[in-house]
Design a protein around this ligand. Structure first.
Ligand SMILES: NC(=O)c1ccc[n+]([C@@H]2O[C@H](COP(=O)([O-])OP(=O)(O)OC[C@H]3O[C@@H](n4cnc5c(N)ncnc54)[C@H](O)[C@@H]3O)[C@@H](O)[C@H]2O)c1
Ligand SMILES: O=P(O)(O)OC[C@@H](O)[C@@H](O)[C@H](O)[C@H](O)CO
Length: 538
């Protein structure tokens, strides 16, 4: 029986017999070394962290280039620690899904501890403060989803937790960004030790977003005399605190039943897939594709681990920006969002199946090659056209990647600005191009509005993926009826003109009416989404 535990991995024979790679270092030594001299803390203990980021440090540990692991922190969804970390001694199993259908399995053992990041768990919180006071700490990284950095509601008002935190100061923070600010304050009070805060989420200028949230909270605390003004200077001093930008890429779907079955047949136990109350789909194993890219701005005031030896690119900020724009705004994520909304509407549950659908395949090829590539700046370290080709021909089409449009449709409201707004802005600035030249990006935006109706193309009610703005957005569409294009009226206006959503008012660039037109076509009746796609993708 192969169960994930410290004891079980001491006996490598059954694991080897099942073809499962084990960590190539002494797990207990790593835990001990990290306890005394932690160098890396990660917030957001979900799938991409366990399937990609933690494996990078494992590569360094395996080859003796590091002797400490990563302290994983979950500040939002405590069930992840209680049900997936703690019972399995913080170990997980990564199953890499190759395009030929084979699985490569390895136990990931580079996570030294799993902590709940909240003062309501006093022991874990005290340990976190201890870690943040350590001179050895070099990097705090994040995969907390785009919404994890937001301090405000759609109305522009601070969330009530954030308001409370701003009034109360660093002692009992509730929102994750206040917790980070509070921990940074503990480090500031301990000789202003240097540190890098590294967002690895899919948002444009992710470092800037993280810094802005932390500094906003610190500023309020300083204004309310809850911290010294020097704390702000510390956060703004690049010799002491940095917020490097990054680009991260590896399709890491929710745990799949097919992989669960394959692992069970190898004798691996504990493969239960959990959907937490906060909607995280997680299991003791992680399934992911093989291709992976991580580019990090090389700005670490307290030094860093040699992650380039594990395949990470280090570059200057401009290069990260270009490579990130290339992936998030053009060559991967916009295609994913297009497949997500239309996949849900057309009843698909697998991205690879959508790539067999002529219209959808053509749609993403058009968005990538025709509308995106002309405004992409070549970052120099990864060629955009080759990257796009790999995405379209080898990654999205990999039938063994159990990635669902429903997963990718999660939080679309948080992503449309980055995934489409940036290209629209680039068309606005371009000498020879106009936003009104675009067809396929507006079609996807119309498709997203159609998706928000919660009725699929067959006219059946459709369960929508979680999104923090689902209710306010849907309320704008009240009264729109499938089969009645006239019911649309001006109802899309508050959505399409919202600069917070798209980064610009779509009417100001001549796209609002165009999107309304596509939307009307898509609500004209049953099957009208399919017919609209076919009309524009002949
Ligand atoms: N999964 C992928 O393919 C992939 C690839 C590249 C980048 N990413 C980035 O990583 C993020 C997480 O992906 P994942 O696969 O780990 O997802 P996941 O569902 O497995 O985990 C989500 C993590 O985010 C945390 N989180 C969610 N909402 C939060 C909030 N409001 N405040 C604080 N924390 C919150 C959860 O607690 C959990 O730790 C993505 O949103 C994306 O930005 C993911
Ligand atoms: O993770 P999100 O929510 O930002 O976006 C969903 C997917 O597009 C994303 O997770 C991709 O799988 C990933 O960006 C590939 O690197």
């Amino acid at each position: 029986m192969l169960n994930l535990s410290r004891e079980s991995i001491k006996n490598d024979k059954p694991w080897k017999e099942s073809g499962i790679e084990l960590p190539g270092f002494q797990y207990e030594d790593m835990v001990r070394a990290t306890r005394d001299n932690p160098a890396w803390v990660h917030f957001g203990a979900g799938n991409i962290f366990r399937g990609f980021i933690a494996v990078l440090q494992q590569t360094l540990l395996n080859t003796g280039m590091a002797d400490t692991g990563i302290a994983a922190v979950e500040a939002y969804d405590w069930e992840i620690i209680d049900q997936i970390y703690e019972p399995f001694d913080n170990l997980s199993l990564l199953s890499t899904m190759n395009i030929d259908g084979t699985l490569e399995n390895k136990v990931v053992g580079s996570i030294s501890e799993g902590l709940v990041g909240d003062p309501a768990r006093p022991k874990d919180w005290a340990r976190l403060i201890e870690i943040f006071k350590k001179p050895s700490l070099q990097m705090v990284s994040f995969t907390i989803t785009e919404k994890g950095y937001s301090l405000k509601e759609m109305s522009g008002k601070y969330y009530s937790d954030v308001e409370t935190d701003m009034q109360r100061g660093p002692a009992q923070p509730r929102h994750l960004m206040s917790k980070i600010t509070s921990l940074a304050y503990a480090r500031f009070k301990n000789a202003e030790l240097p540190l890098a805060f590294v967002s690895m989420d899919n948002c444009s200028h992710n470092g800037e977003k993280l810094k802005s949230a932390v500094v906003t909270i610190a500023q309020k605390w300083a204004e309310n005399s809850l911290v010294e003004k020097d704390f702000l200077s510390y956060l703004n001093d690049p010799a002491k605190v940095t917020f490097p930008w990054t680009m991260i890429d590896k399709i890491t779907p929710r745990p799949s039943e097919a992989v669960q079955n394959a692992l069970t047949s190898l004798g691996f136990t504990g493969t239960k897939i959990l959907c937490t109350k906060k909607n995280t789909f997680i299991a003791p194993f992680v399934n992911a594709e093989g291709p992976q890219y991580l580019v990090i701005e090389d700005d670490f005031p307290n030094g860093r681990m040699p992650l380039e030896r594990a395949g990470v690119f280090f570059a200057d900020r401009q290069t990260v920006d270009k490579v990130e724009k290339m992936k998030v705004c053009t060559c991967l994520n916009p295609l994913h969002t297009a497949l997500a909304v239309f996949g849900c509407l057309l009843g698909y549950t697998l991205i690879a199946d959508e790539m067999k659908d002529k219209s959808l395949r053509r749609l993403v090829e058009k968005i990538g090659y025709q509308e995106g590539l002309p405004v992409v700046v070549d970052p120099g370290i990864i060629n955009p056209e080759e990257f796009l080709r790999e995405v379209l021909e080898q990654r999205l089409t990999n039938p063994y990647i159990p990635d669902a449009p429903q997963r990718i449709a999660t939080d679309t409201s948080q992503k449309v600005g980055i995934r489409f707004g940036e290209t629209i802005k680039a068309y606005q600035k371009h000498e020879d191009l106009e936003p009104t030249d675009l067809t396929y990006i507006p079609l996807v935006i119309a498709g997203w509005c159609r998706y928000l109706l919660g009725v699929d193309d067959a006219g059946k009610e459709m369960r929508l993926s979680p999104d923090p703005l689902l209710e306010p957005l849907r309320s704008f569409l009240d009264g729109i009826k499938l089969g009645d294009s006239d019911s649309v009226g001006g109802k899309l206006q508050p959505i399409l003109s919202n600069k917070d959503l798209f980064g610009l008012n779509l009417y100001d660039v001549g796209l609002g009416e165009k999107i309304e037109g596509y939307f009307q076509e898509m609500v004209s009746g049953v099957d009208s989404v399919r017919l609209t796609l076919e009309r524009y993708l002949v």
